[in-house]
Write a protein that binds this ligand. Sequence first.
Ligand code: UDP
Length: 252
Amino acid sequence: MRDDCELPSPVFVTGIRVSPFDSYSHAVRTISSRINAGLKTFCVAINPHKAWKARADRDLYATLNGADMHICDGIGIALAARLLLGKRIPRCTGVQLFFDLLKEAAERRWKVFLLGASPESSELACSNLLRMYPHLRIVDYAHGYFEDSSAIITQINESQADLLFVAMGSPKQEFWMAENRSRINALFCMGIGGTLDVVSGKARWAPNWVRRLGLEWAYRTIRRPHRLFPRVVTGVLFTFRTLIQLIIQAFR
Ligand code: UDP
């Protein structure tokens, strides 16, 4: 395999793989080289909520660790890597990588398929993205409330998409991609959670200063407390366990 197609060797943060990319452009360059070389890449975004849940859920653990590429999406993961392993892993959030990849896709004329969100949100997101990136080739899209996966996979393959973004929330999107990746021809696929709702305007992206502080999770929780409160709880548990592990390490 060519060097530029190599994914960085994973670092294990509380047992979950994380790919230490130096920057967003490093991640985009690697994905681009892999697409040009015809290599398939299944990318998952790792945050404390998923890392915590994966400890008790063997299927989620296997799905996350079985992916090819693991971006350091949550600030809690970057902090745990720093505290427990002494490694600086720059954050690479799923939302920002999605936008960076669309920019690259528009330049390179890659074909994009968007799967997920409600019918209205997915349609609106597509038209907004075409306004943002006039040269983007969204070859097709489908909402995320389908019954028949086989029909959706046929639709994806018939579109001849190079990139597939799946916005069905976690862990549903990760399970769906892992189960169907061998039948999907798109070379790159990645889960993007609620990103299409942000693009459609149904949800708001955290302001820049909130993102710089790594506090998107707090922003989203304040806006949707019922849905996101459990994530705060698991985030706190994850942080607590990281600190305990740190204390144990210090006394060893
Ligand atoms: N969704 C979907 N199919 C489903 C369940 C959810 O397409 O069966 C969509 C939902 O409409 C929303 C997104 O998945 O657009 C989930 O957004 P959320 O912010 O909850 O995801 P997260 O980023 O927190 O995983």
